[in-house]
Design a binder for this molecule. Structure first.
Ligand code: HEM
Length: 209
């Protein structure tokens, strides 16, 4: 009995708990920088479009890398966000001028890509987790006069009503990966923090007027 109690007390947190806990500071930093841009009144449309374009080039780079590892490649078959970003960028193009636009911004920032499959799962965690804040962001953006329906906000709509199910499926798949790859947790968490750092460095480059 005592042994069971002791075992319960020292049970190791699972990967989902560790990721949330060990990337909390990084999430706070990126949320703050994104909130400054997205929740400014009035919304700076040019900065919004620049942000989408930066996301587009970063997601393209990382998604291609995730496609190179067997298990994350399977996940990416139904999780690419590039077409969502493309539709928002096209919608906004008529009202804005090119700035960050087609410049190779990702190339001029020191970005680190996943070096192994475990790190790739950490990067994927950041992209999938970002869909969770989407509903909250949409609620704030939909009052802006520039947007009608989903136009210009497709990226933040993300999986829509399927978002909770997609998140659960992601977490289950992540657990399976960890079960099949004991000791991979550290690399996964490291990958997640690297991806947050990349995004923070990129976002700091978007100027809000
Ligand atoms: C204004 C910007 C943002 C807001 C308001 C926001 C808000 C949120 C909220 C409310 C959740 C929790 C959702 C839930 O538990 O149901 C969440 C989770 C998460 N967000 Fe954000 N977020 C923002 C930006 C981002 C960005 C830019 C990223 C990454 C690129 C990101 C990555 C994540 C991740 C990985 C989680 C999952 C945390 C977990 O393990 O439970 N977020 N966010």
């Amino acid at each position: 009995m005592t042994d069971n109690l002791t075992a319960c007390k020292v049970a190791k947190p699972d990967i989902a708990t560790r990721l949330r806990r060990e990337t909390r500071d990084a999430h706070c930093r990126i949320e703050a920088v994104m909130s400054d841009l997205l929740f400014a009144t009035p919304l700076d449309l040019q900065a919004y479009q620049d942000m989408l374009k930066l996301h587009r080039s970063y997601y393209e780079l990382v998604e291609a890398r995730l496609g190179q590892f067997r298990s994350t490649a399977v996940m990416m078959q139904e999780r690419s966000k590039l077409s969502w970003l493309d539709s928002d960028i096209a919608y906004l193009e008529k009202d804005t001028v090119q700035s960050v636009a087609d410049s190779d911004y990702c190339n001029s920032t020191a970005l680190v890509l996943p070096e192994n499959e475990a790190q790739a799962w950490g990067f994927l965690y950041v992209f999938e987790g970002a869909t969770l804040g989407g509903g909250h962001i949409l609620d704030r953006l939909r009052h802006q006069p520039h947007f009608k329906g989903r136009s210009g906000m497709r990226f933040f709509h993300s999986y829509g009503p399927k978002t909770p199910a997609m998140w659960r499926e992601f977490q289950l798949s992540l657990q399976h990966f960890v079960a099949a790859n004991p000791g991979s947790e550290k690399q996964i968490i490291n990958g997640a923090n690297l991806s947050f750092s990349n995004m923070y460095a990129l976002m700091k480059g978007v100027q809000v007027d």
